[in-house]
Design a protein around this ligand. Structure first.
Ligand SMILES: Cc1cc2nc3c(=O)[nH]c(=O)nc-3n(C[C@H](O)[C@H](O)[C@H](O)COP(=O)(O)OP(=O)(O)OC[C@H]3O[C@@H](n4cnc5c(N)ncnc54)[C@H](O)[C@@H]3O)c2cc1C
Ligand code: SF4
Length: 523
């Protein structure tokens, strides 16, 4: 017998989890289908050298919490697992500046700054946002940099989704009147991006998903949705059949189909856009031609600053503890990993900013061969995470890419506007200055940036953006998909302008708003 639901949600990240709780509260029968695994605190890897538990690479039997995806124009890191990107994220919850609400394909559809305000407040409360009380070495150096730049007042401690309480002490639920799980105080180990092994990070399984499970939500993990097809009427009036298969088995690709009155795509940009592009060619041909357009990278630059000073410890603190608003468009955050997490050193090369592939290879080789021992000393420092910091630079100046269906999944292309760049001069300048403040710190980037001029991002957004109609967007201002009934998109792919700051809070607020428009189930 085919099982029936009111709502099936594809993916359990920020958009999926918020949708699940709010729909369960309204009396609907809800199922989440999630590709990744369940992770309890002791399942997380101690360091990122435990690739099997850190990376999601099913073909190698790695079922971790972070996936790396490379297209021609961008390299992307994203989260996988029950709780989506919240398992691997750095907890930071900033609000975008005013330009965000007035630009992009959603501008004019609403007064977004006003309409989203109460939903940002709900999102901050639900995610347990708190001002980081621990400014440690990496943050203090950023503050020094801000002061050196004459902008000391533009440095601040970050708002983060972490329970601080008292380090390593467990408390009954501090957030939801006893309906949430116990929490343990953060011990500032810096390991948030390999998953919190101390029950201090407010990942989605500790708030939205926990509460939704208590209200009847069902979650099926380790299953990937591969098909969505209208039942009877082609516009979805009669609901959809949804097909999924195992995502962790090498051999068993047996498909299961269930039915639902409504479906919510919440697989993050890489999950949702891939699925929509595929379905447009098969069972959902009336999807907007704009699927895959307006993909944004947050105009981001990730620069590793490594130093040779064994005495300094840059791991102490939470993953992102502070932010410097470098100018009206730009933000800089120091990002740390916990002790022993040194994997990234294997991919680092000196920064090269100009030239074609051959010239870049030549320049990289030149930089290494001119000072081979210096290069080796930097990439072989004893404890890489203790002696390095990632400088995350983000700008809300616009740049866009498109994702299209390729032979093997998706491919990227440049269709309009400015394309995101691998190196941003302000970011390089600030990284150099930061390195001097650490004392002898040198800048490196992941090799795809220097060799292929390919920017990297942890904040891929867009691809199913809002618009006035199907010529301008994939969804309307309330997240409903044009041309289909009972079908919504609620995740990072709906972000319709460049926030220029870490986006999870915005995805949460946008989904809270979309869910507030759905009526209580009629009985
Ligand atoms: C290392 C790192 C650090 C970050 N730090 C921050 C930070 O400090 N602050 C911040 O705001 N953001 C941060 N981010 C970004 C943040 O994680 C994402 O923006 C956010 O998680 C996106 O939310 P989402 O709702 O779009 O979906 P996601 O959280 O990406 O979740 C989508 C889920 O859907 C699942 N899925 C996809 N396709 C399918 C399918 N076909 N079937 C079933 N399941 C599917 C995926 O496995 C995934 O679990 C960070 C990201 C990374 C990688
Ligand atoms: S710093 Fe350590 S204890 Fe605190 S939230 Fe991050 S991983 Fe958990």
């Amino acid at each position: 017998m085919i099982e029936n639901y009111d709502y099936v949600i594809i993916g359990s990240g920020f958009g999926g989890s918020v949708s699940a709780l709010r729909l369960c509260e309204k009396g609907y029968k809800v199922l989440i289908i999630e590709k990744g695994k369940w992770y309890a605190k002791d399942d997380f890897p101690k360091t990122n050298w435990n690739l099997k538990k850190w990376l999601w690479l099913p073909s190698l039997r790695f079922f971790g919490i972070m996936k790396m995806t490379f297209f021609k124009h961008v390299g992307i890191i994203s989260g996988v697992g029950v709780g989506g990107g919240s398992l691997v994220y750095a907890n930071t919850l900033p609000k975008p500046k005013a330009t965000f609400y007035k630009t992009g394909s959603w501008s004019g559809l609403e007064n977004w700054e006003t309409t989203l305000k109460p939903h940002y407040e709900t999102a901050l409360r639900m995610l347990g946002a708190a001002k980081n009380p621990y400014l440690e070495l990496g943050d203090n150096l950023l503050q020094k940099l801000a002061i050196q730049e004459g902008r000391g007042e533009h440095f601040e401690a970050a708002d983060v989704s972490v329970f601080f309480g008292e380090a390593d002490k467990t408390f009954p639920d501090p957030y939801f009147n006893g309906k949430g799980p116990e929490r343990t105080g953060c011990n500032i180990c810096g390991a948030c991006m390999t998953g919190c092994r101390y029950n201090a990070k407010n990942s989605l399984d500790k708030n939205y998903l926990h509460l939704a499970l208590n209200k009847g939500l069902k979650i099926i993990a380790e299953k990937e949705v591969v098909g969505v097809k209208p039942i009877d009427k082609t516009d979805g009036t009669d609901g959809y059949s949804i097909t999924f298969q195992c995502s962790t088995s090498l051999f068993s690709k047996q498909k299961t189909t269930i039915q639902s009155k409504a479906v919510i795509f919440a697989g993050g940009v890489l999950g949702t856009v891939k699925l929509l592009l595929q379905l447009k060619k098969t069972t959902l041909p009336n999807l907007s031609d704009r699927v895959g357009d307006d993909v944004r990278t947050n105009n981001e630059s990730l620069i590793f600053n490594v130093n040779l000073n064994k005495e300094k410890d840059l791991t102490k603190g939470i993953a992102i503890g502070s932010v410097y608003h470098a100018d009206e468009h730009s933000h800089l955050e120091p990002v740390r990993y916990g002790r022993g997490s040194g994997f990234w050193r294997t991919l680092l090369v000196p920064v090269v900013t100009e030239g074609n592939f051959f010239s870049r290879m030549f320049q990289i080789a030149g930089k290494i061969l001119r000072h081979p021992f210096t290069y080796l000393r930097f990439v072989t420092v004893k404890d890489f995470s203790k002696q390095s910091i990632v400088l995350l630079f983000m700008q809300h100046l616009d740049s866009t890419l498109s994702l299209r269906k390729g032979l093997l999944g998706m491919k990227s292309s440049v269709t309009k506007g400015r394309q995101p760049k691998a190196q941003i001069p302000t970011a390089s300048r600030l990284a150099e200055k930061y390195g001097k403040l650490v004392g002898g710190g040198k800048s490196f980037v992941v090799l795809t940036e220097s060799v292929l001029n390919m920017p990297s991002t942890a904040h891929i957004l867009g691809g199913a953006v809002m618009g006035l109609n199907a010529n301008e967007g994939v969804i309307d201002k309330n997240n409903h998909v044009f041309a289909y009934k009972n079908m919504l998109v609620c995740d990072g792919s709906t972000v319709s302008a460049n926030p220029g700051v870490n986006p999870s809070l915005t995805i949460t607020a946008l989904t809270e708003r979309a869910m507030s428009k759905i009526p209580v189930k009629e009985t």
